[in-house]
Ligand binder design. Sequence first.
Ligand SMILES: [Zn+2]
Length: 156
Amino acid sequence: MSFKETIQSNIQLSYFEGQIPVNYQYTLGVAGNKFFETLKQKGEFIASVCSHCGVKTIYPLIYCEECFNPIDTYVSIELEGELYSFTKCYRDYQGNTYDEPHVIGLIRFDGIKGGIIHRLNINEKDLKLGIRVKAKLKPTNKRTGGLDDIVCFEKV
Ligand SMILES: [Zn+2]
């Protein structure tokens, strides 16, 4: 395929077989670590709160994106939010077809800038923008401090 050809299907997109050695670790940073430690230990989401302009952000930050002031305040927020956007995924990264489409959503939280993108477990007939959804978490003894501590979001 040349770069001038028009792609007619997403499975025509280029990908390469094989492996790329990954010799680094991605760090969560100070605020990201607080978020996932709180999720693991308490089963809660936290947002950062800028003491200068008052903006609350999830995932939490150590500097405010609005006024650039350092942040050292974090508050727990509800596990419930609003389904802001969603999409269905029919294939995995290798192009293999899923038995059932995976539904992924962007969840935004009341009064909070940002959001969480995660799996949805919602009946097709109920899947609408703006519905209230709530995170379903793994039991405390199964949580590892990662995004998979959230099983999915479900309709409230
Ligand atoms: Zn600010």
